[in-house]
Design a protein around this ligand. Sequence first.
Ligand SMILES: Nc1nc2c(ncn2[C@@H]2O[C@H](COP(=O)(O)OP(=O)(O)OP(=O)(O)O)[C@@H](O)[C@H]2O)c(=O)[nH]1
Ligand SMILES: [Mg+2]
Length: 246
Amino acid sequence: MIEKTIVVIPTYNEKDNIKSIISTVLSKDDSIDVFIVDDNSPDGTCNIVENMKSSNERIHILKREKKSGLGPAYLAGFEYIIKNIDNVKYIVEMDADFSHDPNKLPIFIKRMNDENLDLIVGSRYCGAGISVINWPLQRLFLSYYANVYARIMLSSKIKDLTGGFKCFRRDALAKMNFSYVLSKGYSFQIEMNNAFEKNGHKISEESIIFTERHCGLSKMSGNIIFEALFRVLRLRFRNQKKYFRL
Ligand SMILES: Nc1nc2c(ncn2[C@@H]2O[C@H](COP(=O)(O)OP(=O)(O)OP(=O)(O)O)[C@@H](O)[C@H]2O)c(=O)[nH]1
Ligand SMILES: [Mg+2]
């Protein structure tokens, strides 16, 4: 039996993107399944997924009661997959809005296999320049300097700590204590990367181009930015060993 890669996509009001992102992801390789974590989107995203799922066993969905942030959505998805789905080798994080290029999926899988990695981080800031398309300048500055700040505060070697396109080895993720993870918004990415890095997992970055969404609405908010600033300070003084069971 081939070992699977499961692409986890959290969704909140993604009706305009969901159908095509699922089909595109599944078309990239037969070993790929898609796992949607929907926080009861009022726009009916969930019904679209249920319809597709009824004729395709490579589509999975976890429905949650209410919107409670990216971090908890991902952790609920990871927990479900680890407990209930057999034969999974890799677990990918990806957005629903085509900001992350699905063509990178086979490259992630190949590099994970060839280099025996525990985590690949899709990175906007590790190529020759900055690989972001259609972001207003202030958003680019915010993201870039948030990364510089987090990298210095956490003494991290990862250049793009906040990106949301990455691939974990399932067995490494399965050793984590998810209840120790604090973050709700984007700082979830920083927290997970830092936990993997400080616990000696093998990590590499893969240069990606990030394209701003064409359809649907942004969920970025002041709270999310504030959480990230404050959370990095807290992470610096946390016991990193507690993220993993021995
Ligand atoms: N389940 C769930 N998904 C979420 C939540 N917040 C965001 N998402 C999803 O997480 C992914 C990333 O969110 P985005 O709003 O695209 O964040 P972003 O890319 O930084 O910002 P924009 O593209 O400008 O909107 C998308 O697939 C969203 O639908 C949430 O609270 N719960
Ligand atoms: Mg987006």
